[in-house]
Write a protein that binds this ligand. Sequence first.
Ligand SMILES: [Zn+2]
Length: 157
Amino acid sequence: MRTQRQVVDYSLRKRAVLRELLAGRVGTYDVCDASPYLKNAARFHGEPTEERCPICRSENLTHVHYIYGDELKHSAGQARTLTELPVLAMTLREFQVFVVEVCLGCDWNHLVEQYLLGRDGLAGDTEDGAEQGAVGGTAASAAVPGPAARRRREAQR
Ligand SMILES: [Zn+2]
């Protein structure tokens, strides 16, 4: 989506977890612990991917998109399909999206990335200070964009 901003990529953290697993420092039961809620969200709102599960290698991963933000009120923390996100992005000023990958075969799950969506990102004439002011809410403290995220944002312009 073109309006994604403050993207935080968790692929390094995922690779670290997989390394720990290979080295035997964590067991599969530690990382394959998807809750019934997460698995239901994957079944009903998930986005199928072509990516094989790194653990069981028999199922493809499903991406679940969780949305957070003050404007969402009671919908905060719910899963949404990928097609619903652009609609929300048109109606809300700003909300946070967390993408989680889940394997419905072995229950592997891991955070893939997080980003902000919303109308605030569509306006081309916002002043530079707007971005700092827009950071708020529960998940925002974890949303400090790294250099990679910033580079990706630059590339989108
Ligand atoms: Zn699996």
